[in-house]
Structures are given as C-alpha cells and as structure tokens.
Design a protein around this ligand. Structure first.
Ligand code: PLA
Length: 458
C-alpha cells in the first residue's frame, strides 16, 4: 500500500506548497498507473518530512571523519577570510598563489587536440604501451639493463595511489610474505591502501624528532629484525611528510641490508624531479636497487612533476629476474586491474607520452620542473629568514635542510589549531606544511602565525 503523497495539511497554503502538492499528486498517479513491479520496487520518496526517512536501510551509517589531508582543503574552502592560506595538500602554486598548468602540458594537449586521427577507444587493460615504456625509462634510466633485458613490466595506473594499490593487491595474491613495513611517519594514505589491498602493515623507525633528521640507526635495526622476505615501502625521494631523505651512502647501506635479508623493496616515487630539480638525481635510490640485478616494485605519479594532479596518471613497474617471469607477472596484473576499473584513462597518459617522446618537449619540461623545485627551495629560505628576523624561539634550520614539497615543522596539533583559528592558515595536524603552496607575499603571514603559535601555545 502506497501512502498518499501530500505535504502535511496546514502547510499547503502558499503557492509553492500548492505547486508541490500538485506535483506530488501527479507523481503518485503516474506511478500507480505503472506496473505493479515498479510500484513495489521503485516507490518514490515523497519528501524529507515523510515517515520513510526513518526506515532507511542505511540509518545505522555513522558520519565518517574527513580525510586528514584532503579534508584540510574542504575546511579551507568553507573559510570566507581573505587572508586564508591552504598549506595542507601538496599542490604546487605560483607566486600569485594560483594552480599551474605547465606550458609544456598545454603544448602537448594542443597537439592531441589537433590530431584528428585520435579516437576515444578503450586503452588495453595495462594502458598506453608507449607511456609504459617511457615511464620505465624515466625512473630506471635510459640505459637500464633491466629494461634492455625485458625484465620489467610496467602498467599504467590511476596516478601514484592507484599504482600502489594495484602493486599491493598483486603482492597480496602472489607473494609469499604479506607484511609491508612503512616508515614512521609516512604518507597517511599508505596504511589504508595496503591494508585494504590485503597486506598487513608494520612500521620501521625513520624520523627522529630530536634532530629533525633521519633515525638511521633505528631504521637499520628495524629492517634488520624484519622477517625475511617482508615488503618494505621506501619513499624514492622527498619523503612525505618529513622532507628527510637518506644520503646516497645511507641508501647503499639500506640496499645491502635489504638484499642480504631478502626484503622486497616497493618504491613510492611521487616526487621525481621535485626534490632536487633533477629527474635523474631523484631516481638514484631506485636505480641503485635495480643495478644489483634484484627485484623490486616502483609506483610512479605524474601528479606533481607534470602538474597532472586531476588526470590521475601514473605507472606501476615490477622489475623481475627474467623476462619470462615479467611476462607472467604482467598477465596477473591484468587480472588485478580488470575487475577494479577495467582499463585506465587515455588523456593524461597521452600527454605524458607526448612530452617524454619528444626531445624538445622533454627538455622544456625539465626546465619548468626545475623552476618549480627552485621556487620551493626559495620559499624555504624566505620562511627561515622571516622566522629568524622575528626572533622566533627555536632552531628553524630544518626548513632549509628538508627537501621536496613539505616542511615537517615540529609544530604540535594545538599550535596548528591555533594557526588555523587565529590566522586562517590550513595545514595537516601533524605540523606538515606544503612549501609549494607558499609565496613571497604569504611568507610574512605564515611567519607571524608560527611566531605567535610558538610563543603563545605550548
Ligand atoms: N605517495 C606519496 C608519498 C604522496 O605524497 C602522494 C600524494 C601519493 C603517493 C599519491 O599521489 P597521486 O595519487 O595523486 O599521484 N600526496 C599528496 C596528496 C600530495 C594526497 O594526500 O593525496 C599529499 O598532500 O600528501
């Protein structure tokens, strides 16, 4: 039995209510003239005041908290203050505080638009072949023996996150060890991605709050006592959130330890080119592990280094011992991807391929990338100088020493809350600030806020 669809009596006096009631009468008469199957299955929810709302099969669902990183942008967007500043998510901004579309990306897109032969067919499950080849070359190096020996399989995925997820699901299905060690701290999404993929997440010591640097001894001890075969997540460069990377000598020690214990490296490369401004220098850690002939995984993202955040373009590579194994691994990656999202989007990968294949566009990209990295480095110096000029208590040299997109300031969550409330500065509660979101104009405001937070909030 369908209850009659009308607004409650006594409320139908205004013209709007009369129109609504007419509409409801129309809806109920047209649905009662339709088939009885429709009647029982597709009943129309009449209005939010209906008794139906209490019967939702989802009424037990509780409100979830916002994402610790992306939720910062949600809060920022709601703030009407003209001085508000979003230093939460790692998204590059120009000196004018605007998002940047690289010139070279615009050129590549223009080429794509002009090419009338291009169609919108599905890509294969593993994505655009040329993109995959060029992505492997970018991270492993043009002369990588692993590539020459066909021991690498590369699949296009949904940016860095999707690449991590596909890699983790493959490991959960086909690798004998399901424990993955992540640095403490790490990007907040890592544990969630890996857990949902079926891995069990443990941490290894990484950051030392006392020195605001690497806890190298702790790292070696923890990896040294990990079970043989365990997977180890390594940030290829520009560690997020700390901005602290091992030196090349330390990487070499990590490599030796990991190989001797048969730990499987899973590199997350979300910032190639952003740390030093050089694509090759930022891939050194990965290349060291590939040069020894051993196996590893690498997740690449083009969100930051090409500014293709919303295009969701990235790649997962698995370096294997032989071409035969790599072929079989690829066949299984397809079985992971097909039921997840079938095949990846074509546009972003086509942009990347157009840039990586063309010598001129490639060199233009490296110049624009270097300019972004340099601007971030200059923000580090400006912020550090501004704090020194204010006599802000504490040693702020870590702002200059840390690398990549973020500074791990050392500010506590109370100080962060204070800065958001009093200065409209938005950042993650762990005290991480995105240096890429800062400009010469906003440095003084941030320095004032940090100074006030440090001197007034403990
Ligand atoms: N890996 C690391 C270490 C990251 O920092 C991020 C992005 C990703 C992977 C995933 O990036 P992608 O899927 O967009 O390619 N971290 C950002 C954004 C920049 C985010 O949290 O999604 C951050 O603000 O930490």
């Amino acid at each position: 039995m369908r209850p009659e669809l009308t607004l409650p009596t006594g409320h139908a006096s205004s013209p709007t209510d009369r129109r609504l009631n007419a509409l409801l009468r129309h809806l109920s008469s047209s649905s009662s003239s339709s088939s009885s199957a429709m009647d029982t299955n597709n009943s129309i929810s009449p209005s939010p005041t209906s008794a139906f709302q209490h019967d939702s099969v989802f009424s037990h669902v509780v409100q979830a908290p916002e994402d610790p990183i992306l939720g910062v942008t949600v809060a920022y967007n709601k703030d009407p203050s003209p001085v508000k500043l979003n230093l939460g998510v790692g998204a590059y901004r120009t000196e004018e505080g605007k998002p940047l579309v690289l010139n070279v990306v615009r050129k590549a897109e223009q080429q794509l638009v002009n090419d009338r032969a291009r169609v919108k067919e599905y890509l294969p499950i593993i994505g655009l072949a040329e993109f995959n080849k060029l992505s492997a070359k970018l991270i492993f190096g043009a002369d990588s023996p692993a590539i020459q020996e066909n021991r690498v399989t590369t699949v296009q995925c949904l940016s860095g996150t999707g690449s991590l997820r596909v890699g983790a699901e493959f490991l959960a299905k086909h690798y004998h060890q399901r424990t993955i060690y992540v640095p403490l701290p790490t990007w907040g999404n890592h544990p969630k991605v890996f857990t949902l993929a079926g891995l069990s997440v443990k941490t290894y010591r990484y950051y030392d709050p006392a020195t605001r640097g690497l806890n190298f001894q702790g790292l070696l001890e923890d990896l040294g006592s990990a079970p043989a075969g365990a997977i180890v997540l390594l940030h290829a460069c520009a560690h997020n959130p700390t901005g602290v990377d091992p030196t090349l000598q330390q990487w070499e020690q990590i490599r030796q330890l990991m190989r001797s214990k048969k730990l499987l490296p899973f590199f997350d490369s979300a910032y190639q080119g952003f740390a030093s401004g050089s694509l090759d220098a930022d891939a050194q850690s990965v290349r060291m592990f590939v040069a020894d002939g051993g196996e590893c995984l690498a997740a690449q993202s083009y969100a930051k280094n090409m500014g293709l955040y919303g295009e969701r373009v990235g790649a997962l590579s698995i370096v294997c011992k032989t071409a035969d194994v790599a072929g079989k691994v690829e066949s299984q990656l397809k079985l992971v991807i097909r039921p997840m999202y079938s095949n990846p989007p074509i546009h972003g990968a086509s942009i990347v391929a157009a840039i990586l294949r063309d010598r001129n566009l490639y060199s233009e990209w490296t110049i624009e990338l270097k300019a972004m990295a340099d601007r971030i480095i200059s923000m580090r110096h400006q912020l550090c100088d501004a704090l020194r000029a204010r006599g802000t208590p504490g040693d702020w040299s870590h702002i200059i020493k840390q690398i990549g997109m973020f500074t791990f300031t050392g500010l506590n969550s109370k100080q962060v809350t204070f800065m958001t409330k009093e200065y409209h500065i938005y950042m993650t509660s762990d005290g991480r600030i995105s240096m890429a979101g800062l400009s010469s104009k906003t440095v003084p405001h941030l320095a004032d806020a940090i100074h006030a937070a440090v001197t007034r909030v403990v």
